[in-house]
Design a protein around this ligand. Sequence first.
Ligand code: MTE
Ligand code: MO
Length: 325
Amino acid sequence: MLIRQTRLNDPKPSEITSQTLFEDRRRFLATAMAVGGGAALGSVGMIGGAQGAVIPKSGKFSGVAKTNYTVDDELTEYDAVTGYNNFYEFGTGKTDPATYSKDFQPRPWTVQVDGLCNKAGTYDFDDLVNPHQLEDRVYRFRCVEAWSMVVPWVGISLASILKRMEPHGNAKYVSFETLVDPEQMPGQKRKVLEWPYREGLRMDEAMHPLSFMVVGVYGEVLPNQNGAPMRLMVPWKYGFKSIKSIVRISFTEQEPQTSWNMSAAREYGFYSNVNPTVNHPRWSQAKERRIGDSLFDPKRPTLMFNGYEEDVASLYANMDLKAQF
Ligand SMILES: Nc1nc2c(c(=O)[nH]1)N[C@H]1C(S)=C(S)[C@@H](COP(=O)(O)O)O[C@H]1N2
Ligand SMILES: [Mo]
């Protein structure tokens, strides 16, 4: 088994919170009030997130819980993880996100939660992500463009966030949207995709223990180009499912629309599971180039469900994965 889950011990706050890193919550709220105005914050929901501690805009985390979610592969270098990106809101070139996201403001940040759940409302990022619950996880990650990386992320299980919203029994799917703000995201001035970028998961996929809400990488607060302040990481699916800079979460009964499916339905299905036997219509998915390998290194065979087969195959037991790709 490639992925092992260990129970997290309840860490003592003193082991977790670094004085220099986590600002006092009251101070944060004062800043947010000054920036956003009191009225908006008045409607911000509280679902028991950070008690007295928030994740800052930059810097190193300390005391993040180590987990056994890891893979044996060598890590992709930090410079590649943060310098070779897909984030079309900042342009379609691989270095555009790092170049054009420098002035992006990921704080203060609010997330709208709506649809089939008891706790709909507008949540502050700091109420959704409690720094005391952060975990380190190394995930293999594969882009549909046939390259892959191995990245040490910092985040919180997606299920732990979604459960607190108390989804209804008829919520079969959950969908996510990225911020729309062409002033801050210059790539949105062109309609390369229909904005907002949107993605979705079936509820059982979203609640799977591997589904992760990322807020950091390499022990540091997530850089803008990787989807600050929070982005999904669903390691058995092609990279484009792992939506960045999320501002909306909706629970629905119908399968939600997804950006890449809207843009090219023949090439990108709702499920988008990494599957070496289902080729992209314009190229093979059988192999992948590991970022960091030399051009002389052979490509690596792509594994079913990106190597997470043992963990997730049961989610798709009764499906024809060639028809529902
Ligand atoms: N909002 C948004 N999310 C996005 C994208 C995007 O263009 N916009 N690109 C996706 C694609 S195609 C990939 S491969 C991954 C890249 O993540 P990384 O840049 O952190 O490696 O982000 C995904 N999430
Ligand atoms: Mo991708």
